[in-house]
Design a protein around this ligand. Structure first.
Ligand code: GDP
Length: 566
């Protein structure tokens, strides 16, 4: 360093060395040093003070939310709900605020029970949901716009384009089927700017909360179409029969609101009568119909993706394809307080304290029935293959194949807590066998295992509300598992996995009543299978086939079905 003058005092005109020339002229070097330290301390104190003020409660919340979104945006993640925030409660903005908590407890409490929330909703989905909610409120039963549309329907005449257009969901088949067709119908309403109303019979009158704020989705009983619940798959007003009878033409160039009937019945159940629904040119015509009645038991979203007019929109709404049913089911479906009571009472009595919950859903279809012994053995074989259940010391078969030490749960040492196995089935058989297995044999490594089954209803009784409430409670209890083993081709299992945000292990169906050689497969996507997909060759705008082939493939559990993959 260059020195100048006596004692090596820095040059006064050197700003890098001396920031306060006038004051320093008469200070000693020690005094200057002391002032410099004081100034540094004051600056530090001011900085800390400033930062603390910045982190006001709302700022803390906003930055927490930003972090949450950033984590979710990064892809698949497991959510830990310890210390849940408001952002968790409303699932990162997926759920609209402003509901009365007490009217629907599950809406605000379910996030505490789910173990996974792998995908953040896209900002475009949030935008669409908020504008859907505004539209629903404007057009819902009780509003002048609803009255106008019903009046037009009652008159039987076609009409000028209406401000509000509707999709009326009708019940068909079991609860899982219904939930999936509701979700599909809701997405169709989002895509086509319609308002979703549901026609709920007595058997479904106390299952789901109102999903949209300050309004209702219930179709009023005086809706002027007779015998709504008894029309079945082939009514006169089905889209295809209207085309056959030349009461409609599926030519967008010749279709005006005046040339279409006031309502069209869409027969989109597993029989898929109205296949043409999944063609773009037919969609252009159907867009002019004021009322669409949806009769379906399918998860038909993958078929919507094959319509060129919807493909881009669906890409924007759901950057991750396997998140569609997961996000929409979490948005739309909230059990009513009576069902939520069943769920939470059971959960806190048997599942809450477990260190891990394994949900097993066993469905025996008539077309794929096998003896209970065979089904039980298939479950055990699957468990060994995928390391799902804690193995027992008496499990010689596993020992012979060398699989014993690789179990998911049965470590070498007894750990704190127990593993809860939750069984959902119409029958008690599998529960009895499994419970006995862990009673008669110790789990490996001294692990503690509890086997539970809330009900065994023996037969499907969809016409009974209490039966459906228990079924719904079990779907939710399954969805609070860390691990899921479900039955192939069962919509009951599909909804549980979608709600859970989990890729399940799927038991393969015993087609032709033959036990499958491969007992089960690990699902690659948590999306439900579209069990009767659209296969129509359409005339309209070409769809991006490469993208379609990349994202829609044959289901793991059913060659005849397709589902979304990423
Ligand atoms: P899927 O037939 O397996 O596709 O499922 P669905 O839910 O559409 O129809 C089956 C119906 O049978 C359910 O809705 C219930 O009513 C009844 N069911 C089937 N499995 C169970 C079960 O494990 N628990 C209860 N409580 N009901 C079940």
């Amino acid at each position: 360093m260059e020195m100048s003058g006596a004692g090596g005092v820095p040059k006064l005109d050197d700003p890098a060395e001396e920031p306060w020339p006038a004051a320093t002229a008469c200070m000693t070097r020690r005094e200057k040093e002391r002032w410099r330290r004081v100034l540094i301390i004051v600056c530090l104190v001011l900085l800390v003070f400033f930062l603390l003020r910045l982190e006001s409660p709302s700022m803390v919340w906003q930055s927490a939310r930003a972090k949450l979104t950033a984590m979710h945006g990064g892809g698949f993640m497991n959510a830990s709900h310890a210390g849940a925030t408001k952002a968790d409660e409303l699932l990162g903005g997926l759920l609209a605020p402003g509901f009365s908590r007490r009217s629907c407890l599950s809406r605000y409490q379910s996030h505490q029970y789910y173990k996974h929330f792998p995908y953040a909703p896209s900002s475009y989905l949030l935008h669409k949901l908020r504008s859907y909610e505004a539209r629903h409120k404007k057009c819902a039963p009780g509003t002048p716009l609803y009255a106008k549309s019903v009046e037009q329907l009652r008159s039987g005449r076609s009409a000028e384009a209406m401000e509000c257009n509707y999709l009326v969901w009708l019940p068909f088949d079991g609860l899982g089927n219904r939930m999936l067709s509701m979700v599909s119908g809701f997405l169709y309403a989002l895509l086509t700017d319609r308002v979703l109303l549901v026609a709920l019979p007595q058997d479904s009158s106390d299952l789901f909360c109102e999903p949209f704020p300050d309004t209702t989705w219930l179709l009023p009983p005086d809706f002027p179409v007779a015998n709504l619940f008894g029309l079945g798959p082939q009514p006169d007003q089905s889209y295809t029969s209207l085309l056959d009878k030349k009461k409609m033409v599926n030519d967008p160039a010749n279709a005006t609101a005046l040339s279409v009937p006031p309502y069209v019945y869409l027969s989109l159940g597993y029989q898929l009568v109205d296949k043409l629904f999944f063609c773009g040119e037919d969609q252009l015509v159907l867009a002019k119909v004021n009322w669409l009645l949806l009769y379906s038991d399918l998860y038909f979203v993958p078929s919507l993706y094959s319509i060129a007019e919807f493909q881009n929109e669906l890409r924007r709404l759901f950057p991750a394809k396997e998140s569609v049913a997961h996000l929409l089911a979490r948005y739309l479906l909230h059990p009513t307080n009576s069902v939520w009571g069943l769920v939470t009472r059971y959960y806190h009595s048997y599942l809450d304290q477990a260190k891990q919950r394994i949900g097993i859903q066993i469905r025996m279809f008539n077309f794929a029935s096998i003896p209970a012994d065979d089904m039980y053995n298939q479950i055990l074989a699957c468990s060994r293959q995928e390391h799902i259940l804690p193995e027992t010391d008496g499990d010689e078969a596993a020992a012979a194949t060398g699989n014993l030490s690789a179990t998911n749960n049965g470590g070498d040492e007894a750990e704190d807590g127990y593993t809860a196995i939750l069984i959902a089935s119409l029958y008690a058989d599998y529960y009895e066998r499994m419970r006995s297995a862990y009673y008669e044999h110790a789990a490996r490594g001294g692990a503690r295992v509890g086997v539970f089954q809330p009900t065994h209803e023996e037969r499907q009784a969809t016409e009974k509300l209490a039966h459906n409430q228990k079924a719904l409670a079990e779907i939710y209890l399954l969805s609070f598992s860390e691990v899921l083993l479900t039955s192939g081709m069962s919509t009951f299992g599909y909804v549980s996995s979608s709600l859970a945000g989990l890729r399940p292990t799927i038991l393969l169906p015993a087609h032709g009543h033959r036990v499958p050689e491969t007992p089960c497969l690990q699902a690659v996507s948590m999306e439900p299978c579209n069990l009767t997909p659209a296969r129509e060759e359409c005339r309209g705008k070409a769809v991006d086939k490469e993208d379609l082939a990349r994202h829609i493939k044959v289901c793991e559990d059913f060659q005849g079905g397709v589902k979304f993959f990423d």
